[in-house]
Design a protein around this ligand. Structure first.
Ligand SMILES: Nc1ncnc2c1ncn2[C@@H]1O[C@H](COP(=O)(O)OP(=O)(O)OP(=O)(O)O)[C@@H](O)[C@H]1O
Length: 293
């Protein structure tokens, strides 16, 4: 932590860039996912997804469905195709073939911001330029980076810009409080620990008002205490109606926290089911676990 730590900033007094942070309650509960007509019981459907890089087939006909309000782990050995699948779902890559459907809409091949605008949002590592901004400033630019284009257009289309800015600031602050990192509001993001960064990454993603969150290695480099806090937050959000798909190397963590596990191997879905099903699946043991679960 740097000398710049805003240790004496209180909830109501903290300031960043001359902006006064609004008062907020100590017990913070973010808005639950709002029910809308286009939300369906199985928001994400992936069918026959295929992606090649030159001669390498990274994803080879993968398909699965994610139920609303669920927490699903996507696991598999190195090179199984998990990240490529994520990237095809979120628009970073365009699949060679196959379909990605979200809330009943074919979103295959959309740009990442178009996918995010529809409520399917992934966490991003804090980029270098954002490391040089404070935590609160990171939060304020989050909507613009992801889902927010539409939000910001609507904000600035209205006359009362200050009022709208205040609303965004208030939500940013509430979200920081939800993750217990409001005391870091004035800290440079580059000075955060690995775990605090992960909390900020998730806070930024949440600010875009998603329906479903895709988390890529959310616990990498996170110490056990913060890992526990991060997990508590994820479970709380899940209870509020958010849907999660998590790629994570820590098998035990997935097994203990997800009700459904999808196993990829060589670009395909090897099996899916409850942690117990997967734990006892011989193909999984052979392909991934080297005989021990
Ligand atoms: N941009 C790329 N160019 C070439 N090959 C790639 C690219 N991205 C992934 N691959 C290859 O595709 C295969 C699947 O990689 P991917 O990163 O999706 O697997 P993964 O399951 O996420 O692996 P890990 O757990 O090691 O991160 C690998 O053989 C990888 O080398």
């Amino acid at each position: 932590m740097s000398d710049a730590e805003p240790s004496d900033a209180t909830d109501s007094e903290a300031e960043s860039g001359g902006v006064t942070v609004p008062d907020a309650d100590a017990d913070v509960e973010l808005d639950a996912v709002s029910e809308s007509a286009d939300m369906v019981d199985v928001p994400l459907k992936v069918r026959d997804l295929r992606k090649t890089f030159g001669g390498i087939t990274a994803v080879d006909g993968a398909g699965f469905e994610i139920e609303k309000g669920s927490m699903t782990g996507l696991i598999g050995p190195n090179g199984a195709g998990k990240s490529t699948t994520f990237n095809c779902i979120t628009g970073t890559y365009t699949p060679d073939s196959g379909v990605v459907e979200f809330n009943g809409e074919d979103i295959t091949g959309l740009e990442p911001y178009e996918v995010a605008e529809r409520g399917l949002v992934r966490t991003f590592q804090i980029a270098r330029e954002l490391s040089e901004m404070t935590v609160l400033e990171n939060m304020m630019v989050a909507p613009m980076h992801q889902r927010g284009e539409a939000l910001w257009r609507s904000v600035f289309a209205r006359n009362d810009v200050n009022k709208q800015e205040e609303e965004i600031l208030e939500r940013a602050w509430e979200t920081l409080e939800f993750f217990d990192i409001e005391h870091l509001a004035n800290e440079y993001a580059g000075n955060l620990s690995g775990g605090q960064r992960k909390l900020l990454e998730m806070a930024r993603a949440l600010l875009t008002d998603p329906d479903m969150l895709l988390l890529d290695e959310p616990f990498a480099g996170v110490n056990p205490t913060l890992e526990e806090r991060l997990l508590e937050h994820i479970h709380e959000l899940r209870n509020q109606g958010y849907t999660f798909l998590i790629v994570e190397h820590d098998m035990d963590l997935i097994m203990q926290n997800c009700e459904k596990v999808i196993v990829m191997h060589q670009g395909r879905i090897l099996t899916e089911g409850t942690p117990e099903d997967v734990r006892n699946n011989e193909d999984v043991i052979e392909a991934y676990l080297g005989g021990e679960v």
